[in-house]
Design a protein around this ligand. Structure first.
Ligand code: ZN
Length: 491
């Protein structure tokens, strides 16, 4: 298995510290507002990585944190007249609701900065003792960057250049502009904890270092987060942890790409921030996962509205095909354990999936394989004849079993196909401003017209429905209808 390591910039063979075990940490969310779709991507990506590693037989311990003490939280809580910790607790509950509705595999351990204060203080004390940090008269504690010779190794930046580039901030007692805060003395009205340096609270970077040390140990296998965290956050985590332990902190650094919406960086002020909650009101959770995972995790995604529409279209096609496969299997008593067609596509569903995912979790390739797989399945159903119906049914049964066994790692096909199809149809009918009863009565009228050989009326009914976005298909079991927008690109 290969993973692209941000440290080397190269794809590297994955060798865990301990055979069959993986220790993974991903930086989580600063909880001062509802989570947005960028948070969803990160949660979906690290859930996928966890699930895949487990599928490959690793025992994974996945830790994710909540930053529940921070400037933004304090500011927002003050505006609302709430206690900062109570406010962040509420936000965590909201976030967990969203994650549950997204159906993502949660971290095994979810840590909160506020619950690790003694460990953070101990960490900072040890850094001071080792000469890597200093206390100011005000009671702030800074990490002394010049004492950690390898600073900049992850982001490939030089400390001298950083020093020149840094804005001169007036921070009392800070010895070097590149030094960063480990502990912040409390301002009046702010939440605080007692410490050897007076009342205060932890800086942001130190919480991850302290929580990793106390949950996973000195060295971990995989560390993740959004690419916007690479510098300075992850660089600072390395400095703190390696300065303390003199050991390698992380073996594989992974970074998740960022999200733009309609070409622009997502931001509240631009009014294009999409919360998970709003996204879930508009789209099925598997559609959201499809959008997120149909691009490689490390690439940036520029999401346009049409991407969700296209994802709905593809997922509708997949689920419709699954439904057809199930019907075919039931009719012909397909048996997943019996002989199946010798073709490459049904024989290689699992191996192709593993091949894609072993190559730096290439979910994009795994998803594009689905199009090939389902096209093939439709094809063998269409061309099945009396002599091969049984083996086709077996092939479909085996394929379905295999598809479900691996694509659940991407969070796909967990729903009842009929429910999914129904949900999509309802949604699009609303958009088209037409209801099922209307369509059914038109179909009936058309059947009547055809009975009396009034083909002109029959054709005009079909044309009218077509104009409204509904297409008709005459099958041996009668006329069935579908949504043109969902049906057109797929059949
Ligand atoms: Zn972090």
């Amino acid at each position: 298995m290969k993973i692209t390591n941000s440290m080397s910039g190269k794809k590297e063979e994955f060798v865990p510290l301990k055979k069959d075990e993986v220790k993974m940490y991903a930086c989580g969310i600063t909880v001062y507002d509802l989570s947005h779709i960028g948070h969803a991507r990160q949660a979906i990506v690290y859930a996928m990585i966890t699930d895949y590693l487990r599928y490959r037989g690793y025992h994974v311990t996945y830790v994710r944190n909540y930053t529940d003490v921070d400037d933004k939280i304090i500011k927002r809580a003050n505006e609302l007249g709430k206690n900062a910790l109570e406010f962040s607790k509420e936000q965590i509950l909201e976030n967990e609701k969203d994650m549950k509705n997204l159906h993502v595999t949660e971290a095994d351990i979810k840590t909160k900065a506020s619950e690790y204060i003694p460990q953070i203080i101990k960490f900072v004390e040890n850094l001071i003792e080792k000469g890597h940090a200093y206390v100011t008269d005000k009671g702030d504690v800074y990490f002394s960057v010049k004492t950690f010779k390898e600073y900049g190794k992850l982001s490939h930046r030089k400390v001298d250049e950083l020093r020149n580039g840094v804005r001169i901030e007036v921070e009392e007692g800070k010895k070097d502009p590149v030094d960063f805060a480990l502990w912040k003395s409390a301002k009046p009205g702010e939440i605080y904890w007692e410490s050897p340096w007076g009342k205060g609270r932890p800086g942001w970077h130190i919480e991850c270092s302290a929580m990793i040390l106390n949950t996973l140990g000195e060295t971990i296998d995989i560390h993740g987060g959004g690419r916007d965290l690479l510098f300075p956050h992850h660089e600072n985590e390395i400095a703190q942890s390696e300065a303390l332990t003199d050991k390698k902190f992380v073996n594989y650094w992974t970074h998740c790409g960022l999200i733009k919406i309609n070409g622009e960086k997502m931001s509240k002020s631009l009014g294009n921030s999409l919360t998970i909650r709003d996204a879930l009101k508009m789209y099925n959770y598997e559609v959201i996962k499809y959008v997120m995972l149909s691009k490689h995790y490390a690439t940036d995604i520029d999401i346009h509205d049409k991407d969700f529409a296209l994802a709905e279209d593809h997922m509708y096609y997949f689920y419709s095909t699954i439904k057809k496969m199930e019907d075919f299997i039931n009719k012909n008593q397909g048996d997943a354990k019996a002989n199946i067609l010798e073709d490459e596509i049904p024989q290689s569903i699992v191996s192709k999936f593993i091949q894609a995912m072993d190559d730096d979790f290439n979910s994009a390739l795994a998803i594009s394989n689905l199009h090939i797989i389902f096209r093939y399945m439709n094809n063998i159903m269409k061309t099945a004849n009396k002599s091969n119906r049984q083996i086709v049914a077996n092939t479909l049964a085996k394929a379905l079993e295999n598809i479900k066994s691996v694509y659940k790692i991407l969070g796909l096909f967990e729903q009842n196909p009929e429910d999914f199809i129904h949900e999509m149809k309802e949604k699009y009918l609303k958009k088209l401003n037409i209801d099922i009863k209307q369509i059914e009565s038109e179909i009936e009228k058309r059947a009547e017209a055809k009975k009396v050989k009034d083909f002109e009326t029959a054709d005009s009914i079909r044309a009218n429905l077509d104009e409204k976005g509904i297409i008709l298909n005459d099958t041996v079991d009668g006329t069935v209808w579908d949504i043109k927008e969902l049906y057109s690109t797929n059949q």
